[in-house]
Write a protein that binds this ligand. Sequence first.
Ligand code: FAD
Length: 312
Amino acid sequence: KKLEQAHAKEDKPTFSFEFFVPKTSQGVQNLYDRMDRMYGLGPQFIDVTWNAGGRLSNLTTEIVDTSQSIIGLDTCMHLTCTGMPKKLVEDALRDAYNSGCQNILALRGDPPTDTEKWQATEGGFSYAKDLVKYIRAEYGDYFDIGVAAYPEGTDEEPDVDLLIEHLKEKCDAGADFIITQMFYNVDKFLAWVTKCRAAGITIPIIPGIMPISTHASFLRRANWCKINIPQNFHDALEPVKNDDMAVRELGTKLVADMCQKMLDSGEIKHLHFYTMNLEKATIMVLEDLKIIQPNTSANPPLPWRQSLALGR
Ligand code: FAD
């Protein structure tokens, strides 16, 4: 029976949630309560961010431990590798290992804001691919390793083709899956996926989805990440920008439609939501998509462990 349920579920799109590390102990408690509630929606995994430079790193590893070993959610720990002592990387990986966490999103981290151009530290890690290699060398296949990607380029490197070359290097270093930066232009995203495949990148690509809560935060985040906002988003949201409820409802429809388009493409089977530690906007999108599937022991394997992932 359980096997039948698992097979039935394998055909359904799956999803996951990102949470960031709160600044206060009350914030951490609120996060645990939220994780507990969102567990019931049936995410395949959750991930917990890491503050660049290792600030509050003990909170990241504590939250990973609680979510993995107490709440029982398959957890992915973000880990950056630059601008902080190598010992913090070693400690974080050991803590994750001891918690039973088996998934790491290996990142370089943003350069400090006061440095114009990125400078590697002597003897340390220079790029995310160095961290991927390090984890593989130290832990073999124990961890499944994810890496970040930017379908519309970054401030630091707007050349998307060059970024794909560097993404391929991260894959060749041993990455198992890719999570992307947020975006709203699905056509651009799907064209980028085709380019990645043509460049020989075969591992699962998981799109990062940012639900829309308010007009101001929607614009601020999109501008911050320098991503394209399709005209239909502007047309729908601009007239109601001062009505938070209307923005959320229309935003839900727009984001759910873009998710559906990706799922219909056959290329994408898993959606990763940037929750911003809030529930409502993400739940509204999931409800619109009708893909909430209460957690049971028959949940399908993680996206990068599914043989059917991306039809590959
Ligand atoms: P890399 O892949 O190392 O790339 C960094 C730059 O180096 C790129 O411009 C790349 O083109 C260039 N490069 C790579 N290889 C070479 C090479 N061989 N020669 C020359 N140039 C090269 N930040 C946090 O601090 N904490 C988080 O929790 C966090 N989570 C994130 C989650 C996701 C899904 C994403 C998309 C980003 C996240 N970030 C996080 C942000 C990330 O740390 C920054 O964007 C950082 O500036 C780049 O990290 P990276 O791992 O992509 O770097």
